[in-house]
Write a protein that binds this ligand. Structure first.
Ligand code: 9WN
Length: 443
């Protein structure tokens, strides 16, 4: 279905709203009732951005629930577990992560020990803008700002494993794009322990076709890496020496930068000085350009800190720096041109694929190895707008609505056929559809 008429758009909005209502647990929103029955880090940010159009109060609550899982070192964990959900509802569950035994782990709540792209400050800014009374906005900013400032402090102090001003990730789950081909090379270097990876039971293929999920070889390494980080108490010193996976990711860092600009905007409302956040943003921008931009290939590439080498795989991660408002205009133009090309758009015009469609790694069905994801489309459209590529951004938003209009609130979409993949009733798809429709003036 093309989402052309006002009635189509009303219907889509109503469906999106009902997904968010059904996935709301009273204090936060699960990405999916069956597959992901807890709260995830960057999901919470996307969900808050969409929910803010429907209820700023609920969106604020979403972010506050995130912050309840914060560690004493400032990290915001990638999963905050719901205490009333059974251990075996999701693997790896709280018993695997053992956050309660970690020196910096939070009290009274169980979480994972990994992080995810730090989009929360950007989400807070968007939620604050929805508060109709300046007093409510100020109050929300004042309450949430210190936690998000601490989260950014953690990234700058504890995750700059390369020493060049970017944050490193130590697990593919931290990128949010778990089995992206960008991680194949660093993952291949992860050696299984003598005797093999200790047995575990995957629970992610009960509700989703296994061909749409990461394969077993990737999963073994995910589990092994997570155990290794847990077993050093989630300590962050000498990361590139102690952990087998340690990477600088252009999308993760672009999101960090985008959120740092948000903190600079929020600071005056929260009674803080914006200066340090402006300086931090300038530093991340400089580091992105000097460490991850490859001027010969004319693309951003992740850097493997265990070898010092750039990872030469072309995926959507490379387009993430469109979120940097200071990106030189010729660089932004190159990224925008690639984004609109047959590398990232299928024959029927669907984009943005998560992996270069013309490359050998592309898999139209499997998770982050090819499918289109609404959160990426949404961020890239925001990035395009920042660089005045308004028509291209509008087109991208329109294709997102068409995809969801035809296939439903799915987790991801086949870039060749447009078919829905992964779980149904996926929260960030619904939330970002609400945001796109609302910005276009529906509500
Ligand atoms: C592992 C919740 C999360 C998203 C990630 C997505 C997927 C988890 C999984 O689901 O990851 O964190 O079990 O596959 O890759 O981006 O945040 O929606």
């Amino acid at each position: 279905m093309t989402v052309g008429t006002a009635a189509d758009r009303e219907r889509l909005l109503a469906t999106a709203r009902s997904v968010l209502v059904r996935n709301w647990t009273g204090a936060s929103t699960v990405p999916s009732r069956q597959q992901y029955p807890h709260q995830w880090g960057w999901d919470a940010a996307f969900i808050a951005i969409g929910s803010a159009w429907l209820s700023p109060r609920r969106a604020a609550r979403e972010l506050q629930s995130q912050v309840r899982g914060q560690w004493s070192d400032g990290r915001l964990p990638h999963i905050v577990f719901h205490p009333d959900v059974a251990e075996d509802a999701y693997f790896p569950g709280p018993a695997f992560w053992r956050s309660d035994e970690a020196p910096a782990g939070p009290h009274g709540i169980r979480t994972s020990g990994l992080i995810q792209p730090p989009l929360q400050a950007r989400a807070l800014l968007e939620v604050v803008r929805h508060c109709r009374h300046s007093l409510a906005a100020r109050e929300l900013a004042r309450r949430a700002f210190p936690a998000l400032a601490a989260q950014h402090g953690y990234l700058a102090r504890r995750r700059d494993a390369g020493g060049g001003g970017l944050a490193a990730i130590v697990h593919p789950w931290e990128s949010g794009l778990d089995d992206s081909p960008a991680w194949d090379v660093p993952l291949a270097a992860v050696q299984p322990p003598p005797g093999g990876v200790a047995p575990y039971e995957r629970r992610d293929r009960r509700h989703v076709d296994p061909r749409e999920r990461p394969d077993d070889a990737a999963y073994d390494r995910f589990v092994q890496l997570a155990r290794a980080y847990r077993d050093i108490g989630y300590a962050d010193d000498r990361l590139a020496d102690r952990l087998a996976f340690c990477v600088e990711d252009p999308l993760f860092n672009a999101i960090w930068l985008w959120s740092t600009h948000a903190l600079a905007e929020l600071a005056p409302l929260a009674g803080a000085d914006a200066g340090p956040y402006r300086e931090a943003a300038a530093g991340i921008h400089h580091a992105l350009m000097s460490r991850l931009w490859d001027p010969e290939r004319r693309r951003f590439l992740p850097r493997d800190l265990t070898t010092g080498q750039a990872i030469d795989r072309y995926t959507v991660l490379s387009l993430g720096p469109l979120l940097d408002p200071e990106l030189p205009s010729d660089v932004a133009a190159t990224l925008a041109a690639d984004l609109g090309s047959e590398r990232f758009h299928g024959p029927a015009g669907h984009g943005v694929a998560s992996t270069d469609l013309t490359g050998r790694d592309f898999d139209r069905r499997r998770y982050w190895r090819g499918p289109i994801w609404v959160n990426l489309n949404w961020m890239l459209a925001r990035g395009l707008r920042q660089h005045d590529k308004v028509e291209q951004a509008d087109l991208l938003d329109a294709t997102t609505l068409d995809l969801v209009g035809a296939a439903g609130m799915r987790e991801y979409f086949d870039p060749v056929s447009g078919d829905g993949r992964g779980v149904h009733d996926f929260s960030w798809t619904a939330a970002l559809v609400v945001d796109i429709l609302s910005r276009q003036g529906l509500t």
